[in-house]
Design a binder for this molecule. Sequence first.
Ligand code: FES
Ligand code: FES
Length: 156
Amino acid sequence: MNEMKKINLIVNDKTYQLEVDIRESLLDVLRNRLHFTGVKEGCSVGECGACTVLIDGVPTSSCIYLAVFADGKKIRTIEGLEKDGKLSKVQQNFIDEGAIQCGFCTPGIVMTTTALVESGNKFTDEEIKREISGHFCRCTGYQKIFDAVKKSLDDK
Ligand code: FES
Ligand code: FES
């Protein structure tokens, strides 16, 4: 029999109380139960970065993070970045730099970039590349993504 547990997830500043199977990933709960479909499922094994969300500000692969571990934590998804109908600066930079093609990888990279910007730290080009190296993109060839991340860090 499946073991269930009651948890509170704080997603984009709203608290959701739900009962989850202790084996359920945070990705499955966000997408299938709470309908945050901006969180993408790629590899499902922690390698592609498509499912990245911020947990207490830290970019995290939600496919390999159990929902029960997120109990009481603050989760941010791409849906939480827009304010009053306006995209965040990072989202707008990805559009302006042409860093989006099919868009499947985009929410994850935008979340990681948001965490880099909010850290307030400075990054060299090599450090930027390392920070986004956990994200796979099949379309863009990465240069435009790099440009969008760099612009976001220069903009702040
Ligand atoms: S779907 Fe989670 S890292 Fe690929
Ligand atoms: S834009 Fe298609 S995978 Fe990155």
